[in-house]
Design a protein around this ligand. Structure first.
Ligand SMILES: *[C@@H]1O[C@H](CO)[C@@H](O)[C@H](O)[C@H]1NC(C)=O
Ligand SMILES: *[C@@H]1O[C@H](CO)[C@@H](O)[C@H](O)[C@H]1NC(C)=O
Ligand SMILES: *[C@@H]1O[C@H](CO)[C@@H](O)[C@H](O)[C@H]1NC(C)=O
Ligand SMILES: *[C@@H]1O[C@H](CO)[C@@H](O)[C@H](O)[C@H]1NC(C)=O
Ligand SMILES: *[C@@H]1O[C@H](CO)[C@@H](O)[C@H](O)[C@H]1NC(C)=O
Ligand SMILES: *[C@@H]1O[C@H](CO)[C@@H](O)[C@H](O)[C@H]1NC(C)=O
Length: 563
């Protein structure tokens, strides 16, 4: 049996656990340039070597390497060609005797549930209002008495695993295929299931009114393949286009994808494992939830377009798309349709929760495609995450240290009594302000005092540590006649201890990272006290800093100022 999967991983961090600091959701340091970074080069060389050892049998892989073909990639926001990953690794298993003889980034895999990502992108691009009840387009769902209150279910709920719809209808994505293939003499390229899929489709909507909901709509996430069948039926009804056309017109053509189509794909380019396999099947109405074919190169282009915001959505829509919609248990969450988890120990040198979705904190995406037994996916995903995320974290820290953790000064005479100088440092968590001085006096201490006086009532006084985080608000402007980009950052003062109490469970609330509620409260002369700007030149180097609330003007790097 074949199974392919792929994770597109955007990374966010946040939510403090007891031993972690309170940090905001989202990137903490600027997204690093990864392409030529030593940490990433070392990570790539080391993982390539380890994987060579695993597939040659020199070390234990944990899965039957002779049966599992795979393609892995790390996609970086700054890679030069969207379709050529920063790093890739392919292994064609010796037992894969049918299908492609040359496994590369154009080889076709069944991508299983990653199809849902493409289907949700189609929804976002379809022009259909995602908050519309599904019954507007599929009136059959409301015509007869139904166990599921379909009129309460919106397209967005279907797209985010929050509709309560059954997981499958009469079969499951994979068990179903297995049974059919067993019944039809295990011919890997069999297309005999199309007829059955069609028959099922005819009765499908009627069946949906007779099915039990798994949970009430919006109660909690319940994984559903059939939700995507219903979703795409509604989009087909609204747009007059079928799924094949939607994939082609909305996704494949605009992004220049060569291998992304509803199954069946091209046998000659296919990665087909030995034994029973879903390759070659027509998934019919199940294609939107799990029946697309794609390639590493295509998924690289898709992930790159998301990370660079060049996909055909506004940057705000992309950011909105990359947000969780509900908790799914523990530190995991579900988005549209992202399966999100938040390990705390992925960056052991500088521990913080990294939220793995598709990719964002480091401008990094990872794709794992496999054909064969599924346990390979777990081992390979662990390996690629554990190798590249710490390397990207190191790269972002190295960049922050080199470019941002510096001193900036007024560009004028030393004896100017209004002279301001500001210094930054990088600690184990983020950039911090080490000092802000005007004419020698300690402005940073004054700011901490003002924050404590104005917002201390919410929790406690503020300590002397003031962190800062980028706001993803970049603008093109000029500095001394040269084009530069201004970046808005927000300050994030840290609370000091609130003291102790003998009341029960004292201290629990300290783990609640409430600082995100306290931004932008204090303004001075019309300027927020926590809003500052860095300026970067055309090569990405930081050349200036400004604190508008101090009327600082644009300060220059101290080393560039001749006194
Ligand atoms: C989708 O529509 C196109 C154009 O009408 C048609 O050629 C194609 O057969 C349809 N595909 C499916 C799966 O219905
Ligand atoms: C590899 O696949 C073949 C065909 O499905 C199977 O018979 C064999 O047991 C598999 N080998 C291992 C080590 O799992
Ligand atoms: C920073 O991290 C390093 C490595 O984990 C650790 O040894 C050091 O004590 C940390 N520093 C602070 C101030 O926490
Ligand atoms: C003194 O520094 C302030 C603040 O940077 C600046 O606005 C002002 O022009 C400077 N004055 C002189 C005489 O250089
Ligand atoms: C600042 O110092 C320069 C010489 O370094 C001097 O010419 C100038 O008058 C001084 N300005 C003030 C305001 O003291
Ligand atoms: C700067 O500091 C000097 C010495 O403390 C003081 O005399 C002067 O008034 C200060 N200037 C301003 C603008 O605060």
């Amino acid at each position: 049996m074949m199974r392919s999967t792929s994770l597109l991983l955007p990374l966010f961090s946040g939510l403090a656990a007891a031993t972690l600091i309170c940090r905001p959701e989202g990137p903490v340091l600027p997204k690093p340039a990864l392409q030529d970074t030593p940490a990433i080069k070392d990570a790539a060389a080391s993982l390539t070597k380890t994987l060579d050892a695993a597939v040659s049998g020199a070390i234990k892989a944990g899965w039957p390497v002779e049966n599992v073909s795979f393609s892995l990639a790390v996609i970086s926001k700054d890679q030069k060609d969207p379709g050529v990953p920063l790093w890739e690794y392919h292994h064609l298993a010796t037992n894969n005797v049918i299908g492609t003889k040359k496994l590369d980034r154009d080889s076709q895999y069944l991508i299983g549930s990653v199809s849902k990502v493409i289907s949700d992108y189609i929804l976002l691009k379809s022009g259909v209002d995602i908050n519309t009840p599904v019954t507007k387009y599929l009136s059959e769902l409301k015509d007869s008495p139904s166990r599921i209150r379909w009129e309460d279910v919106t397209l967005k709920m279907l797209a985010s695993q929050l509709s309560g719809a059954p997981t499958n209808y009469g079969f499951s994505e994979f068990y179903y295929l297995k049974e059919v293939f067993l019944a039809t003499a295990s011919i890997p390229n069999s297309r005999t299931i199309s007829y059955q899929v069609l028959t099922i489709a005819l009765d499908f909507l009627k069946g949906m009114t007779k099915s039990y909901p798994v949970v009430a709509p919006m109660e909690r996430p319940a994984y559903s393949n059939i939700a995507y069948t219903i979703l795409v039926m509604a989009i087909e009804e609204a747009t007059g286009k079928n799924y094949t056309q939607l994939v082609e017109n909305i996704v494949a053509k605009p992004l220049d994808l060569q291998n992304t189509v509803p199954s069946p794909g091209d046998d000659k380019r296919a990665v087909i494992p030995p034994g029973d396999s879903g390759w070659g099947a027509d998934y019919g109405y199940n294609a939107p939830g799990g029946g697309l074919v794609s390639s590493l190169g295509d998924l690289s282009k898709f992930a790159h377009a998301i990370m660079t915001r060049s996909i055909d959505l506004t940057p705000t829509q992309v950011r909105q798309w990359l947000k969780p919609q509900a908790y799914s248990g523990g530190f995991s969450a579900v988005g549209m349709p992202w399966e999100i988890f938040r390990p705390h120990n992925l960056t052991p040198k500088h521990p913080h929760p990294v939220t793995i979705f598709v990719v964002d904190e480091y401008g990094l995406s990872l794709v794992v495609l496999t054909a064969g037994p599924m346990n390979a996916v777990t081992f390979l995903t662990d390996a690629i995450l554990g190798t590249f995320v710490p390397a990207a974290d190191e790269a972002s820290r190295a960049q922050a240290k080199k470019e941002y953790a510096r001193t900036f000064k007024s560009g004028c005479a030393k004896n100017n009594t209004s002279m301001i100088d500001v210094s930054f440092d990088l600690d184990n968590h983020s950039l911090v302000i080490s000092s802000i001085r005007r004419n020698g006096s300690d402005i940073l201490a004054a700011m901490t005092k003002i924050w404590s006086m104005t917002m201390g009532q919410f929790t406690s006084n503020f300590g002397s540590t003031v962190r800062l985080f980028p706001a993803d608000l970049d603008e093109k402007t000029t500095l001394h006649g040269k084009p530069v980009t201004s970046e808005v950052w927000r300050l994030w003062p840290e609370f000091a201890s609130i003291g102790e109490s003998d009341l029960p469970r004292s201290g629990t609330l300290m783990d609640d990272c409430v600082m995100w509620t306290l931004g932008d409260w204090v303004h001075y002369g019309g300027e927020p006290m926590d809003r500052v700007l860095f300026y970067r030149d055309g090569d990405g180097h930081v050349v200036g800093f400004e604190a508008p609330f101090l009327r600082s003007g644009i300060l220059q790097l101290a080393k560039n100022i001749s006194d």
